[in-house]
Design a protein. Structure first.
Length: 185
């Protein structure tokens, strides 16, 4: 009896593109990944964007130090974000490059992974598949403008009130609002 693995749960962003590690030969593997029009609204919702018009990745796989895999590529996307000042929609073109390393399960190999805080990110665990959809959504999130602004809009702070002078009574304005007692005749 063969052991079947449970199906992977759906990605919360709805964009899954699994590539089998077995397909990556010594010469590597190149893939182009594009989100379909049906997937774009769910990705936009997941990332808190007004919308996404396009998401595409050019990805290269290469064997790295034997059984490890290096995934590198370029990401391009056309998104609509909300202006942080006016909340109006702001269109943006996003481009970024990335590189990820995947290492077979460390626990199975019985080796430790040294993490250098000043160095590159440590390798990610390598399973049977690598999800390019997950990588592209993460890289898009990292490359978004955190404070998008509509062209020509600047954030303005309120003018600070000048401190009262020694002659001004801070309660003088309140005294003017107080009703005056009626004179008795």
């Amino acid at each position: 009896m063969t052991k079947r693995s449970a199906p992977e749960p759906a990605a919360p962003h709805g964009f899954r593109r699994n590539v089998s590690v077995a397909k990556v030969g010594e010469g590597g593997l190149a893939q182009t990944v594009t989100a379909s029009p049906a997937e774009l609204p769910k990705i936009a919702s997941y990332l808190g964007l007004v919308g996404i018009r396009a998401l595409k990745g050019e990805v290269n796989f290469a064997r790295w130090r034997g059984k490890e895999i290096r995934v590198s590529g370029k990401l391009k996307a056309d998104v609509t974000q909300s202006c942080v000042v006016t909340l109006d929609p702001v269109d943006a073109h996003v481009e970024g490059e990335f590189e990820r390393r995947f290492l077979p399960d460390v626990e199975e190999q019985g080796t430790d992974v040294f993490v250098d805080p000043e160095g590159d990110d440590p390798p990610e665990p390598l399973g049977r598949d690598i999800d390019l959809g997950e990588i592209l959504v993460e890289e898009l999130a990292l490359n978004l403008d955190p404070y998008p602004r509509k062209p020509g809009v600047a954030f303005e702070t309120a003018q600070e009130a000048s401190p009262p002078t020694a002659r001004e009574n801070p309660f003088a304005a309140l005294a003017k609002l107080k009703p005056k007692p009626e004179k008795k005749v």
